[in-house]
Design a protein. Structure first.
Length: 426
């Protein structure tokens, strides 16, 4: 008979394979998600009778759906991407029907719009759908399996729906067959649109398959793969150290998707100008890595960013700036004309400005105006004591953050901008 492996959410199978690993779903999970999980492929009566523990046979990656969504979005499965996939599937379905109609079969079924399909999935929380096994091939058994989904005026509007082609054993598995024309991660995204599904477990159980000898344990590794990582190039080593630490303590759920250039031997291209040269070089050699070039929200960063904007950036690269914040519109500054408040957006907001600037024993945060940028007609400024702010942040842990002992709201905006940019990379 062999051994099956599947990706399930709340008992609903959305992908499966027999006698081999099949699709690698390791990127959905992290090390902490490796657990023991009950399996219907394990003969528990045998273990009880022999006073043995199934142990390693129960190995599985298990993660709640709401914690899985940020990771599938890093893999490209945002709700907008799901809509594009659905509409492409509808188009293919229509073409398929038209080719059949040319042979004399007429169909007046109008496919659901994406919004109608999204509502259809949302209206049926997984836990509410009957998972009772139904045996038999008679009409009564078929009606029990189809359950609430036996209205063909509805199901005929679903792309690629053919009643005879759905091999189901319960109402829940039949529902999975109705929406199974989409990628498994697209299905997860749609199920997550209903809050009632968010606490469901996403399970990839490999223990039985490994125990049966169909795969090795080394094939099941959690975390983002090399080809799934985003390389972030910054103006300086301080930016990289701050952002790497910020992801570790603030967004550990997706931190492994972001990779920063190794700064242990010094920054290979310090400064905004050199970052532009680096970007131009990578564009010319058509590097295939996914890349984000991050510029400071200061005068030099603005000038460099504008230079890159003029280039025809390939789809695997994005250039962004640190975000403008309202808080920076009236920031304390010092310069030749005296002390006054000014808007430092686009003039002096380097990464250190996004840290907690209220340090005991130090004066209120201030920017010192330095050189004049003739090309932009503005002065460039630098945050005073920025090294001190950086050292204080690098001391922070998840615990100090959870106790609200350090302000991170500005950093969270920065991380969100990087995550959003990564979603745009093809």
């Amino acid at each position: 008979m062999g051994t099956e492996i599947s990706l399930d959410v709340g008992g609903l199978t959305i992908d499966w394979c027999k006698n081999s690993r099949g699709t690698d779903h390791g990127a959905l999970f992290q090390d902490k998600d490796l657990k023991h999980h009950l399996s219907d492929q394990i003969n528990y009566e045998y273990f009880e009778e022999n006073n043995e523990d199934p142990g390693l046979m129960e190995r599985a990656f298990v993660r709640r759906l709401k914690e899985t969504i940020p990771r599938i979005e890093m893999l490209g499965f945002t709700i907008d991407a799901v809509q594009r996939e659905y509409e492409a599937s509808v188009e293919a379905w229509i073409e398929e029907r038209e080719s059949i109609e040319e042979e004399g079969t007429q169909s007046s079924n109008k496919p659901m719009s994406f919004e109608q399909f999204r509502r259809f999935v949302m209206e049926h929380p997984v836990a509410s759908i009957d998972d009772t096994f139904v045996s038999g091939l008679d009409e009564a058994s078929t009606r029990r399996i189809q359950g609430r989904f036996n209205d063909e005026t509805l199901t005929n509007q679903l792309p690629h729906y053919y009643a005879y082609d759905i091999h189901a054993y319960s109402e829940r598995s039949y529902f999975g067959g109705l929406i199974g024309f989409l990628h498994p991660y697209s299905i997860l995204q749609l199920l997550a649109q209903n809050d009632q599904n968010l606490e469901l477990d996403v399970v990839w159980q490999f223990g039985p398959l490994v125990d049966a000898g169909w795969a090795s344990e080394s094939e099941f590794v959690s975390g983002a793969r090399r080809t799934q990582k985003i390389l972030v190039a910054t103006e300086g080593s301080s930016d990289a150290h701050i952002l790497k630490h910020a992801f570790t303590i603030l967004r550990p759920d997706v931190a492994d998707f972001f990779q920063f250039i190794d700064m242990s031997g010094g920054h290979p291209f310090p400064g905004a100008g050199n970052l532009v040269k680096f970007a131009k070089g990578l564009i010319k050699i058509d590097v295939q890595n996914s890349l984000i070039f991050l510029f400071d929200n200061d005068a030099e960063g603005v000038y460099a960013f504008q230079q890159l904007e003029r280039l025809d950036m390939p789809s695997n690269m994005r250039a962004i700036m640190l975000p403008c914040l309202k808080e920076f519109e009236a920031f304390y500054t010092r310069g030749p004309e005296g002390d006054f408040t000014a808007n430092i957006n686009g003039r002096a907001a380097a990464i250190e400005c996004y840290l907690d600037l209220n340090l005991e024993g130090y004066p209120p945060a201030s920017v010192l105006w330095t050189n004049y940028k003739k090309d932009l007609g503005i002065y460039h400024g630098s945050l005073e004591y920025k090294e001190t702010y950086t050292k204080e942040f690098l001391k922070q842990t998840s615990d100090t953050i959870s106790m609200n002992k350090y302000r991170v709201d500005k950093l969270m905006i920065v991380l969100s901008s990087l995550i959003d940019a990564s979603h745009e990379i093809v």
